[in-house]
Write a protein that binds this ligand. Structure first.
Ligand SMILES: C[S@@+](CC[C@H](N)C(=O)[O-])C[C@H]1O[C@@H](n2cnc3c(N)ncnc32)[C@H](O)[C@@H]1O
Length: 426
């Protein structure tokens, strides 16, 4: 799908067109009927398409940005790359100093400072590659004086629109490399890690694997972060650990069960050197590499009554073993990120795992597995795997189970043995 061109964006930003976007739910739900109604009202084909796309993107964005999405504009890529608001608020707390009260949004009433005084004393943050502005929204919302910069014209204009209610945010259409970064209290980087679509500012894209091809490049961003008073760099969670500078704190983050990023924090934004994992959801858990046991490196043992699947952020951070102590658990295999225990998980560390009760250990060969499942009345299976070279959909087809009870099958290894754990979610 073609992205919005600058001319269409200019037309979309017209007050009457924006008003139509806000009232788009007056139209019939059917896309074709909506389109012909808008054309009849006199909107061009381009503006009609832009209105319908924005209406859909606003709906899609609620998951990331909550009710604020209904008052924002997006590009498809900009939304895909935008930070979820609760995670952006965490970035803001890190850059502003955890627990530090900055007085909130300078637009809000109630403080004793005047707006001008608050703006003078507010920490300054440069968001260098701001996208549609999700991180900047949190930085400014939490009281920082924000300069949001994006090299893409349409994206910068959309960020201006999205941040329009925050008097303490200003937007520049510029390259990060052309900004004097020494002028800010804190720097935020979220380098583009996907190619820009051909012929459009943000058409179809592909993932970039070489960090030197990120925009700006990882080495440039790290140099700037090392020189800053405080800085954060958001990167993909699959980042090679060897690229993390010794000076950084690297924090992998999951939100509602999905690993969303690794952030490198520098200077005053760094709380503890080393690796950590932050699990954000109904409950929050912070695991740090200092929590790793020093005595028994692998902590491998026989399967117990429960199988524990650690949160992806903990796995990516390489901190699975740190859960063994608090959950009285051991690993099923030194290289496999499953734990096992005889005690049902409870307490804070249980927020870092999904637990399954193990009802049997079955053979991994399909014919004998099929027989074992049928004899136990199992007819519908969720298949999980770690350390097993199988394709779950293929296995499900090969099993051809008659109707029966539900179970979760976990294909894994116990020492050298390939096994299937028959489990039920706790
Ligand atoms: C991953 S997105 C940022 C998302 C943003 N943090 C958010 O939460 O909405 C990266 C952005 O960097 C911009 N960009 C790429 N290269 C840049 C450069 N050299 N200078 C400034 N911006 C750049 C892209 O246009 C893109 O909008």
């Amino acid at each position: 799908m073609k992205s919005m061109d600058p001319q269409t964006l200019t037309e979309l930003l017209d007050v009457s067109v924006l008003d139509r976007l806000d009232r788009i739910e007056d139209l019939p739900a059917d896309e074709l009927a909506r389109s012909s109604a808008l054309r009849k009202e006199g909107y061009s084909a381009e503006v009609t398409a832009a209105l319908l796309t924005q209406a859909q993107l606003r709906k899609d964005a609620v998951k990331k940005l909550g009710p604020f999405a209904e008052d924002m504009l997006f590009t498809r890529d900009g939304l895909a790359q935008a930070t979820r608001l609760p995670v952006a608020a965490h970035h803001a707390r890190r850059l502003l100093g955890e627990g530090k009260d900055t007085g909130g949004n300078t637009n809000t009433a109630g403080g004793q400072d005047t707006d001008a005084e608050a703006a003078d004393s507010a920490p300054t943050i440069a968001d260098l590659g701001c996208g549609i502005g999700a991180d900047s929204f949190a930085f400014a919302g939490m009281g920082a004086q924000v300069t949001a910069v994006d090299a893409d014209e349409v994206t910068a204009a959309i960020a201006s629109f999205n941040l329009r209610h925050l008097a303490n945010a200003s937007i520049e259409h510029a390259r990060a490399e052309d900004i004097d970064t020494s002028a800010f209290d804190a720097l935020w980087f979220d380098p583009a890690r996907r190619t820009v679509g051909k012929g459009t500012t943000s058409g179809s894209t592909a993932r970039i694997f070489d960090p030197e091809d990120f925009s700006p490049s990882l080495s440039w961003v790290i140099d700037k972060a090392l020189a800053a008073k405080a800085a954060g760099i958001k990167l993909g969670p699959a980042l090679d650990h060897s690229l993390i500078p010794d000076e950084a704190e690297a924090q992998w983050v999951s939100h509602l069960g999905e690993v969303v990023e690794v952030c490198l924090y520098f200077g005053e934004a760094r709380q503890r050197p080393g690796r950590s994992a932050l699990v954000m959801g109904e409950r929050t858990l912070l695991v740090h590499e200092d929590d790793l046991p020093t005595d028994d490196e692998d902590g491998v043992g026989e399967p117990g009554q429960y199988l524990l699947e650690p949160d992806g952020a903990i796995v990516r951070a390489g901190l699975v073993t740190a859960l063994c102590g608090p959950l009285q658990a051991r690993r099923v295999h030194p290289k496999i990120a499953y734990l096992t225990t005889d005690v049902e998980p409870s307490g804070p560390a249980s927020a870092g795992v999904t637990a399954y009760e193990v009802t049997d250990v079955l053979p991994a060969k399909i014919p004998s597995l099929r027989k074992s499942l049928i004899s136990r009345g199992i007819g519908s299976v969720v298949i999980k795997k770690r350390g097993a070279d199988i394709v779950p959909d293929q296995v499900r087809r090969q099993l051809k189970l008659p109707a029966g009870d539900k179970a979760t099958l976990v294909f894994t290894r116990l020492g050298d043995r390939h096994v299937v754990l028959l489990t039920q979610p706790c």
